[in-house]
Write a protein that binds this ligand. Structure first.
Ligand SMILES: [Zn+2]
Length: 110
């Protein structure tokens, strides 16, 4: 589980919506190594941008895209997509139904 301490502001929501639209269009991030991702530009060029996760809990990441260079670092869709991928990577796998039932059995009335 990842504990996110950063406020989910409107610019984050907008970045995540752009990331979702780009994902549907086939533009996804790929992990270069843990905490470092790359994804293609959505502008129809061959550009590939690199995102580095600084702190997943505070939604902190850098991106070398033009948007990321002008004081809005961490709010481009590339960083939003990379942070989502990092959350998936570091999150514990979801328990199976059997594991969950076994865990909840101790609360059953006898
Ligand atoms: Zn970017």
């Amino acid at each position: 589980m990842v504990h996110i301490t950063a406020p989910v502001t409107q610019d984050w929501i907008a970045a995540n919506e752009r990331a979702a639209a780009n994902r549907q269009a086939g533009r996804v991030v790929t992990m270069v190594r843990p905490g470092v991702y790359q994804c293609p530009s959505s502008k129809g060029t061959d550009a590939v941008y690199t995102q580095t996760i600084l702190n997943v809990g505070s939604l902190s990441a850098t991106c070398d895209c033009p948007h990321g260079q002008y004081g809005t670092s961490g709010k481009c869709w590339h960083s939003a997509a990379a942070l989502a991928a990092e959350v998936r990577r570091v999150s514990r796998p979801q328990a199976s139904r059997e594991q969950m039932l076994a865990k909840m059995a101790r609360f059953a009335h006898r």
